[in-house]
Design a protein around this ligand. Structure first.
Ligand SMILES: *Cc1c(COP(=O)(O)O)cnc(C)c1O
Length: 385
């Protein structure tokens, strides 16, 4: 039982994650869904997300770093695990011991790994990453045959091959087609049907279900967020946003006409105004660039005014309110909804960044509406832990 004595919290709706997962499972046909749970499940809390998706048919999880993989193993998660990013020589025997699949990111990596494989352990499981155009990590297209040969000659368990798209979330991208073509020429040379092929991220899985191959790697949209506005508009399914952010007013007062507020005194009341202080600031991930962003109070939009402080900020109310009144920063209240996309636009960034920048100080609490379907929403709210 986690207790928090500050009302600021991120509420994660696990049934939303289930609903998004089901969409991808149905959309991708025979291909399996690899749940991408890197970066603490995009800020949603990796353990709860993993338990939810594993209970609903996911058989492989992908993380970015060896430490993320080891954390899951140490927490007793025994699902197949793939590290998408680079791993060092010291991690090779650990990957063998803990049955963690690592990514072969280059020919150099393969020869390094071959030298560090523990002989008395199970073979090192690898997926080969091919760089078809992202130009981040991966063996080059013209090195793939050499990589196949090297893998065959050493103690690797060759489990999969994949690539990553740079522009799958854009309309009619020539680079996307180039990447697909490059991958097809490589797959023609692969004659082992037991090697799992996966190329699609959320955007590709939504826009090009025909490219699903053996598996799709679903990250952002598992959490109910569209990879880009273009994909969001094109898709014919309503992704269910899993994360909402809320707090309560801790102070309410009248600001008199002409008075200023917060650091730098940059905000001045034009007339007498009701102001509330809320306990969330940039140390929670509510960045200063969100000054002017709306929040929801009693189902109405009201703005954040003045500079956002480290731990607190102020909002301008349309009428007097009281301490303890709920303030919705992300999510739905009444007929109004503030999406992560709105924060992203305000901060001139992509939605991916928003849940990742909510810091550890904001507790993640979990709503499992399905399990409490006999309760009204208000009652199930009390089930938060
Ligand atoms: C993060 C990541 C994904 C998931 O991408 P989304 O756009 O979040 O679905 C897939 N593959 C790789 C290699 C990644 O790094």
């Amino acid at each position: 039982m986690v207790e928090n004595y500050r009302p600021t919290k991120a509420v994660i709706d696990l049934t939303a994650i289930k609903s998004n997962l089901t969409y991808f499972q149905e959309k991708s046909g025979d291909a399996e869904v690899i749940a991408v749970v890197k970066a603490d499940a995009y800020g949603h809390g990796v353990l709860e997300v993993v338990k939810t998706v594993v209970a609903h048919g996911v058989r492989m999880l992908a993380v970015a770093t060896p430490d993320e993989a080891l954390f899951l193993r140490n927490q007793g998660i025994d699902t197949e695990l793939l590290v998408l990013g680079a791993t060092s020589s010291q991690f090779i025997p650990i990957a063998q011991q803990h049955n963690i699949i690592v990514t072969a990111i280059s020919l150099d990596w393969l020869s390094m790994a071959a030298r560090h494989i523990e002989q008395n352990s199970d073979p090192l499981k690898i997926h080969l990453k091919v760089d078809t155009g992202m130009r981040r990590i991966g063996v080059q297209v013209d090195e793939v045959e050499e990589a196949f040969g090297f893998i065959a000659d050493h103690d690797f368990d060759f489990k999969g091959i994949f690539t990553h798209f740079a522009t799958a979330d854009e309309k009619d991208s020539p680079l996307f087609s180039q990447q697909v073509n490059a991958m097809n020429t490589i797959l023609d040379k692969l004659d082992d049907p037991s090697v799992k092929v996966h190329i699609s991220n959320s955007a590709a899985a939504i826009m090009h279900p025909d490219l699903a191959c053996d598996a799709v790697r679903i990250g952002i949209s598992l959490y109910g967020i569209a990879p880009s506005p273009y994909v969001g508009e094109e898709m014919n399914f309503d992704l269910q946003p899993a994360l909402s952010l809320e707090t309560e007013m801790i102070h309410v007062k009248k600001l008199k006409a002409g008075e200023t507020l917060s650091y730098g005194a940059t905000y001045r009341a034009e007339k007498d105004e009701w102001i509330a202080t809320i306990p969330i600031g940039y140390a929670d991930g509510m960045l200063r660039g969100l000054q002017g962003q709306d929040v929801l109070v009693k189902g109405q939009r009201v703005p954040i005014i003045g500079r956002i402080c480290m731990d607190q900020c102020m909002i301008r109310l349309s009428e007097k309110s009281s301490i303890g009144e709920k303030v919705q920063l992300i999510g739905r209240q009444g007929n109004q909804q503030i999406l992560i996309d709105e924060w992203a636009a305000k901060l001139d960034t992509i939605p991916y960044e928003i849940p990742c920048i909510l810091t550890k100080r904001v507790p993640r609490v979990y709503l499992e509406k399905a399990e409490f379907s006999d309760f009204s929403f208000q009652q199930s709210d009390k089930m938060l832990r």
